[in-house]
Ligand binder design. Structure first.
Ligand code: ZN
Length: 424
């Protein structure tokens, strides 16, 4: 087998602590006020506190009382470790050091100014300018592939996106969205951005996993937040933290790509079925495990006819916990929803960043990549560097996956499929 000229990591980040909003830990715990980004940067004692909280036995101790906070601790640890890194270039070089020389790296920018967590030290445009500067560097020109973030709440978002994608000296390679920050992916304010992406075959990458970066505002103050705008189902949530799942749920992409659904919601609908979009993290490792372990999801539920598709999710798209009167009901795993969309639409991709921290998913991943189905051409390798990767695990994780899959399948996720996704 011929060795590919390079590999691609399709999901990584290089923004620095300067681009994180000051109140990032807001709502995660009652002592969030202590963990302001400014203080992590300036005070050694706060960094010491974060390192201490990250000790295994302490994590185990506090995980029950403070689950969301505990899950965010490895991330805070990464911020604490990189507190003095002021240049994205340093982050890039940090990731490069783990891979063979010519490895191409997709860097996803983040606009966290609308997540109700305050302002970052350096604003979004600064982040884009700085990364564009790196892209202009001849040493990095063919190495880094930046994605420009699109938040519908930012003024003139399509113009911002377009200017970056069309920059001759430092072209960005795609668009990043992150609905957990407080919007639905089918927000009509993104209409022109999607239209542009569709016309230019520009890849869009979204975040599709229940995580700890989400809108920190009190959504429950608004009654509309309790109802899904398209299904009109009342969401089974009360706390702001839970709404991340509602914005992030993969069914929202069916709403976006299915014209029959979208036309009832947008004033000027467009048919986005050919949009090239990657669902980052493939739903998350817990949803993969749910698919593998729960017998209730029959395979005949795949390839659901389009007409029934919406009906299916009107039924139950969130777990219903058991009550005294009923047994409860489990929703379809996000893994199966995404897999179904990959079957249905030509240009839906998914990446396995973060998901691959869980080795139990590897047999299923291998089976998918070996299948004759389109899905084997739609999975991308990524690691989510540096946001959640544990220090030193970057190389370990990639080698573990590569070793398990063998060279032929590894070449698919780290070369063939990303080439297609990134139009290389
Ligand atoms: Zn990510």
């Amino acid at each position: 087998m011929e060795k590919p000229p390079y590999y691609v990591n399709s999901h990584a980040h290089c923004f620095t602590i300067n681009h994180v909003p000051d109140n990032f830990t807001k709502t995660l715990t009652w002592f969030s006020w202590l963990l302001r980004i400014k203080w992590i940067k300036r005070k050694k004692i706060i960094r010491w506190l974060i390192v201490t909280l990250n000790k295994k036995w302490i994590l185990a101790l506090i995980s029950r009382a403070l689950p969301a906070f505990t899950r965010s601790l490895p991330r805070l640890m990464n911020f604490a470790e990189n507190f003095d890194v002021d240049a994205q270039k340093k982050m890039i070089q940090g990731l490069q050091a783990f891979y063979p020389d010519k490895t191409k790296l997709v860097f996803l920018t983040m606009d966290m100014e609308f997540m109700a967590a305050g302002k970052p030290l350096k604003n979004f445009h600064h982040q884009l300018d700085e990364l564009a500067e790196c892209k202009r560097d001849p040493a990095l020109k063919d190495i880094i592939y930046p994605f420009v973030f699109a938040d519908p709440r930012r003024d003139k978002i399509t113009e911002i996106v377009r200017a970056r994608l069309e920059d001759q000296q430092a072209p960005f390679a795609g668009i990043k969205i992150y609905p957990a920050l407080g919007y639905y992916p089918f927000d009509e304010r993104l209409r022109d951005t999607y239209q542009y992406a569709l016309d230019h075959n520009t890849p869009v990458l979204t975040h599709c996993i229940k995580g700890v970066v989400y809108y920190r505002g009190k959504k429950t103050d608004h009654t509309d937040y309790m109802v899904h705008p398209i299904t009109k189902k009342t969401l089974p949530f009360r706390r702001p933290v839970d709404f991340t799942a509602s914005f992030t749920h993969p069914y929202n992409y069916e709403c976006l790509l299915n014209y029959n659904i979208l036309k009832n919601y947008w004033k000027e609908p467009i048919d986005l079925k050919n949009l090239k979009i990657c669902l980052g993290h493939f739903g998350g490792e817990d949803e993969w495990l749910k698919y593998m372990q729960d017998a209730w999801l029959l395979d005949r539920d795949f390839n659901i006819p389009e007409a029934e598709c919406l009906e299916l999710f009107k039924n139950e798209w969130y777990d219903k916990p058991p009550t005294r009167k009923s047994k409860g009901l489990k929703a379809y795993s996000w893994f199966s929803v995404i897999r179904e969309m990959i079957r249905k639409y030509d240009n839906v991709y998914a990446d396995i960043s973060y998901t691959l921290c869980e080795p139990r998913i590897l047999p299923l991943l291998k089976a998918l990549l070996e299948s004759p189905d389109r899905i084997s051409k739609r999975i991308l390798f990524g690691t989510d560097y540096f946001v959640v990767s544990k220090a030193g695990a970057e190389r370990e994780m990639s080698l573990y996956v590569r070793g398990y899959l063998g060279d032929r399948l590894w070449n698919k996720i780290a070369y063939e499929n990303p080439n297609e996704f990134l139009n290389l």
